[in-house]
Design a protein around this ligand. Structure first.
Ligand SMILES: Nc1ncnc2c1ncn2[C@@H]1O[C@H](COP(=O)(O)OP(=O)(O)OP(=O)(O)O)[C@@H](O)[C@H]1O
Ligand SMILES: [Mg+2]
Length: 262
């Protein structure tokens, strides 16, 4: 059963200190007659780390795809850093898109380019950085993700975990204001998961980047999140700080989901 958070003030998102960075208002998304997101409202404040949890098919990836403008809502509005992302003219969408970075489950690195080139390509072609500036930025980020010695390697010469860390560096090289992470460790061999999560913990701790993260790694969600949203059937069932959602959830649906995954 879904719960309308508007009618349950106790489940309203925790008030956050920073200014609002991302807002979805009454967003509905349908595929045919299947309503995947149903009048969804939520906001992410600047500098906060918000995690989406919930069962398969509940609409988590769809939210990130809407923010990446890979798909558009049927109804509602999306605002990023005070500017409309939807509905909005194409030029405005292109500008706002530069503020948003995403790392997917599958790394999608350019296989024919070196690691360094993978990280410098978009800053040069999209942001207009010089090759030298982009390379300097890329080396710092590859250091941050523990791959300073792999600049000249090709993706095919790296482990899955290393490739995913390159993908994280590549997203950060665009200096996005918000980083979207969709189950970034779920395609990895189990022994590689911890290294990637450690890098993300480090980024969450050491930068002021806003994160919107979909994950099945509940320990990681508990560590990094300011707020956790429990999703089911395209609606927020319950939201709150991780201690509350993982330690003392109010909704039966949340308890049921957590007992299945923990
Ligand atoms: N392009 C599409 N065409 C039709 N249906 C789609 C499309 N994309 C997603 N859906 C449907 O929308 C629903 C939500 O999908 P979504 O990928 O957002 O779920 P999710 O919460 O990310 O699930 P998972 O945890 O399995 O990744 C699913 O029922 C899915 O089948
Ligand atoms: Mg998904």
């Amino acid at each position: 059963m879904s719960v309308d958070t508007a009618k349950n003030p106790d489940h309203a998102p925790v008030p956050a200190a920073g200014p609002e960075l991302v807002r979805l208002e009454n967003v509905t998304k349908r595929f045919g007659d299947h309503t995947v997101l149903d009048g969804l409202d939520f906001r992410v404040d600047a500098g906060k780390h918000v995690t989406l949890i919930g069962p398969s098919g509940s609409g988590k990836t769809t939210i990130l795809r809407l923010l990446m403008t890979l798909t558009t809502p049927d109804e509602g509005a999306i605002t990023v850093a005070g500017e409309r992302l939807f509905p909005a003219p194409a030029k405005q969408v292109r500008e706002i898109r530069k503020k948003i970075g995403m790392v997917f489950q599958h790394f999608n690195l350019f296989p024919n380019m070196t690691v360094l080139r993978n990280v410098t390509e978009a800053p040069v072609t999209v942001l207009g950085l010089s090759r030298d500036e982009a390379a300097e930025r890329a080396r710092e980020l590859l250091e941050l993700v523990g791959l300073a010695d792999k600049c000249d390697a090709r993706p095919g010469q790296l482990s899955g975990g290393q490739q995913q860390r390159v993908a994280i560096a590549r997203a950060l090289a665009m200096r996005p204001q918000v980083l979207l992470l969709d189950e970034v460790t779920s395609a990895l061999d189990p022994e590689l998961v911890a290294g990637v999560l450690d890098v993300l913990r480090d980024i969450a701790r050491s930068t002021d980047i806003t994160m919107l993260c979909v994950t099945h790694e509940m320990g990681f969600a508990r560590d990094i999140s300011d707020q956790v949203l429990m999703f089911d059937a395209g609606r927020v069932v319950e939201s709150g700080p991780p201690e509350k959602i993982f330690g003392d959830p109010e909704q039966e649906r949340t308890r049921e989901f957590l007992s299945a995954v923990l």
